[in-house]
Design a protein around this ligand. Sequence first.
Ligand code: FES
Length: 318
Amino acid sequence: MPKVRFLKERLEVDVPDGTTILQAAVKAGAPEGDRCGGVCACSTCHVYVVKGFDDTSEIEDEEFDILDKAFDVRMESRLGCQAKIHGDVDVVISDESFQAFLDEHPDDAEKARAQRAAVLQGEREMAEDCRSLARFTLNGIPPMPAGMARLEVRFSVDADGLLDVSASEQTTGIEQHVEVKPSYGLSDEEVERMLLDAYEHAEHDMTARALREQRVEAQRILDATAQALERDAALLEEGERETIEAAMEAVHAAAAGDDHRVVQSRIEDLDRIGKPFAGRRMDRSIQQALSGQKLGDVERETAGATGIEPHLGPGEES
Ligand code: FES
């Protein structure tokens, strides 16, 4: 029986020949999204088959079309619901798919209260081009919206040359550290080679990094906007949902491309188009926060603050 390993989750499962990666994920309990139910109409089951790609079924046109809209598509990308397994494979679930899984399974999102940290050595912009020294996990972070966790990482080298890396989450103070004992050092030639590599690839690396960062930002803003549309649909004006959703689609399409400036520009468009809706949500939140307080109390609390006047509606004095 073919063996499927989900590398990030360290899960593995034996499945009959012809099983899809998504079915294997369900069997193994691996967090893979499947928003359309496996009918090849979304990209939430996007995975990377990092080993054994040739032991999966051929990619049909339909799958190519959907993959075209996915985030961070690579040579080893597949849709988990379409890729059938015919031999041992190693799979990495994409960030897009993992996030979709958490959105669909709020209970598991509650449990996903950890951040993984990787310690790398090198001069290149992308992690995969650097040398991995260690990995560790920061556990116990309370649930918070995606992108809100703030990590501070500190490095110190002691007299024996041992590297101590500590990471703390700023809002909670949760801290974890790891001591790195490199199994081998670097010769002068290797250091020189690393510097030359970084110099030679500087332009490509900077562009790749900017694209990766904009894709992360695109995913964050798409998730936040989708949540806002769902929670505060009553605050939308006529036709506003359609306009915002069109701008979201434009962000999604740009993020599937490879020009970080286009992604940034579409994000700015979505931000501008969604501003009136965001303003209404903000006004409503302020009114809710103020309800039950006397105007005099509010004036005392906000003395010296600007920008609150337009948000005060009738009836704050009680
Ligand atoms: S679950 Fe939607 S395409 Fe695979």
